[in-house]
Design a protein around this ligand. Structure first.
Ligand code: ATP
Length: 588
């Protein structure tokens, strides 16, 4: 398949404002690709060059992109900069100057998807002395030998700014539609995706092995499994009711979630964060301890990493763990403040997947695997049928500076990528008037008035994710409580991702001054959740007039952007509705 054809589809996708239409266009595109190409096309459509956890980057910054356009088209630096300042999009700059090149027009080569992919990989692999020049030359060749529209998307891919607004769920539905004619295969594809976190691989397995291949897709060591998530409940009684009368209760550590994969034979360790980025380099002690202090050869286990002082029994919260690393560097910080991995689950061990085993079985295996070392410890746990004992355990966890507890249903399997009642969290905040903090994705921002006009920033429009609809629904505007530094930071980050029109997967009755790509996550506290006709979160979509949900007095509590979550991992509409009903119960 030719990349020029893909570029036409991408152009079409950009102009679409309905998600269903997007699925149709994508399904048609996937239908034209060969079995090998479909994998690459999926990555490209995600704006990537491989699965996200491989973090393949071209290493081309804006400045080098400008130089490539100069070299490819003969236009000079100031022409390029002027147009770039006007459009804010190097893709459009490459397209425009490719159209009006000042150089002898190079033969337009019909690059295939494979060609382009290989060249982009070559750019990413070029390193060492002189590599910047080599990268610029390679990119310049691609621009000058592509069609103008092709140049637009090559440039955006290279810079990691494709921004088609296509989410994982949309791609899964399009793959289903392409394979079967409708969207019904999505749940099965999603299960496979939850196990390997690699949409390209899911597409490839579907294309080469069909539905049986998807049904039998197993755990792949060093491909992260999408993490199981916890529901919330406010009382011990409700937790026990949900877990069949008995549950295991673990301390909720306020650290950084780590999914550890290791193979002792090859001495390979890979640590993944909650949003599946590779963070092995952040925790060298943990990587070493996994190879030295565990009782198995190949394993995937999960735990919470945080700085812990063994002597005083002090747990240091996540922010502090990270800040210390920043201040002293990884090595120095690990001496001053040792990080411990409190292991709480085991997903795979020595050739066997444990995903479908019950929590009790997984925990038993985990306790055999975790040795006696001081870096990897088992998370604290009790099993109880008594609400009083559960309450006491919760109170003692809070008194020791922990975040609360996570109760686990002993009979439940590990449910990858989903928030279910097999894990239930109870935090200190649920016990007061305030409900839990909420993670939101920024979808737009406002100009400032008065003093803020100078900063060009007046506030944010934020949304939650509706999983069923695969849409972002607005829940609040945030106009107060920003420091000047924060305003500057938001303005500069958001300016880079601003869009000319509302993205197809955003549902909003409000119109901010600027729409932005749903990308950045913030954490907010609010006084309460209220009903509101202004916001689309939880609005009845059956056509019947009904109010949505909104936040009262929202205020940002993160110092900036929450980096361990992506836009589809914000608090969901379903959770907001659940929190609203829990809030009503506590008020009675
Ligand atoms: P939060 O901000 O409350 O951590 P979250 O959306 O990141 O929420 P949840 O699934 O709601 O994640 O809560 C579970 C999280 O709690 C896990 O992702 C993990 O990082 C953390 N955690 C700490 N201790 C445990 C434990 N013993 N068992 C499971 N998760 C734990």
């Amino acid at each position: 398949m030719l990349f020029d054809e893909v570029a036409l589809y991408y152009e079409k996708l950009e102009s679409i404002s309905s998600r269903l239409e997007m699925i149709d266009v994508l399904a048609e595109l996937f239908g034209k690709a060969s079995k090998e190409e479909i994998k690459l096309l999926v990555y490209m459509t995600q704006g990537l060059l491989g699965p996200p956890f491989d973090s393949i980057e071209t290493g081309i910054a804006e400045k080098y992109a400008q130089l490539s356009v100069e070299m490819a088209t003969g236009h000079n630096h100031s022409e390029i900069i002027n147009l770039y300042h006007k459009s804010g999009d190097m893709g459009l700059v490459a397209e425009e100057f490719r159209k009006n090149t000042k150089l002898k027009r190079m033969e337009h080569t019909s690059h295939t998807v494979n060609d382009i992919y290989e060249k982009l990989i070559k750019i990413s692999e070029t390193s060492g002395p002189g590599s910047q020049d080599a990268k610029i030359k390679l990119l310049s060749f691609l621009i000058s030998s592509s069609s103008p529209l092709g140049a637009r998307y090559i440039m955006r891919l290279v810079l990691g700014e494709l921004r088609l607004g296509v989410g994982d769920a949309t791609i899964l539905e399009a793959l289903s539609k392409n394979a079967t004619g409708d969207r019904k295969l999505k749940p099965k594809l999603e299960d496979a995706y939850n196990i390997c976190s690699d949409l390209g691989n899911v597409a490839y397995v579907l294309a080469t092995k069909g539905i049986p291949g998807i049904e039998h897709l197993g755990v792949i060591l060093f491909s992260p499994i999408r993490p199981a998530l916890a529901e919330r409940l406010p009382t011990a009684e409700e937790i026990l009711e949900r877990t069949g009368g008995t549950c295991s209760v673990e301390s909720k550590y306020d650290g950084m979630r780590v999914q550890a994969h290791f193979n002792k034979e090859s001495k390979k360790v890979r640590l993944f964060s909650r949003n599946l980025e590779v963070i092995t380099e952040m925790f060298p002690d943990i990587a070493k301890a996994l190879l030295e202090d565990t009782n198995c050869d190949k394993c995937i286990l999960e735990g919470e990493a945080l700085a812990y002082d063994d002597i005083s029994g002090t747990f240091y919260p996540f922010q502090e763990t990270v800040q210390r690393k920043r201040k002293y560097g990884v090595e120095e910080a690990s001496k001053r403040l040792p990080v411990v991995l409190f292991a709480f689950d085991l997903l795979y061990c020595d050739g066997e997947s444990y995903l479908s085993h019950t929590y009790s079985e997984r925990r038993k295996k985990l306790s055999e695997v975790v040795g006696k070392g001081s870096v990897i410890k088992l998370s604290e746990m009790i099993t109880t049928s008594s609400p009083k004992e559960l309450e006491r355990y919760f109170t003692s966890a809070i008194e020791r500076g922990l975040e609360g507890i996570v109760a686990k249903d002993p009979r439940a399997p590990y449910i990858a990528g989903a928030r279910k009642f097999s894990w239930i969290k109870m935090k200190r905040s649920y016990k007061s008037e305030l409900s839990d903090s909420i993670d939101l994705v920024i979808i737009g921002y406002y100009f400032g008035k008065g003093q803020r006009a100078e900063l060009g920033f007046g506030g944010l429009l934020a949304a939650v994710y509706n999983q069923k609809r695969d849409m972002f629904e607005t829940i609040t505007k945030i106009g107060t409580g920003f420091t000047e530094e924060q305003m500057k930071m938001f303005k500069s980050l958001l300016d880079k991702i601003h869009l000319k029109k509302k993205p197809a997967r955003v549902d909003s009755l409000l119109e901010p001054d600027f729409w932005v790509e749903p990308k950045y996550i913030i954490t907010v506290n609010a006084d309460e959740i209220t009903r509101s006709p202004m916001h689309t979160c939880g609005m009845n979509h059956s056509g019947k007039e009904e109010s949505g949900y909104a936040l009262r007095f929202p205020r940002i509590i993160s110092d900036g952007i929450r980096k361990d979550k992506g836009p589809e991992e914000t608090t969901t509409t379903e959770e907001i509705i659940e929190m609203f009903s829990q809030q009503k119960k506590t008020k009675i």
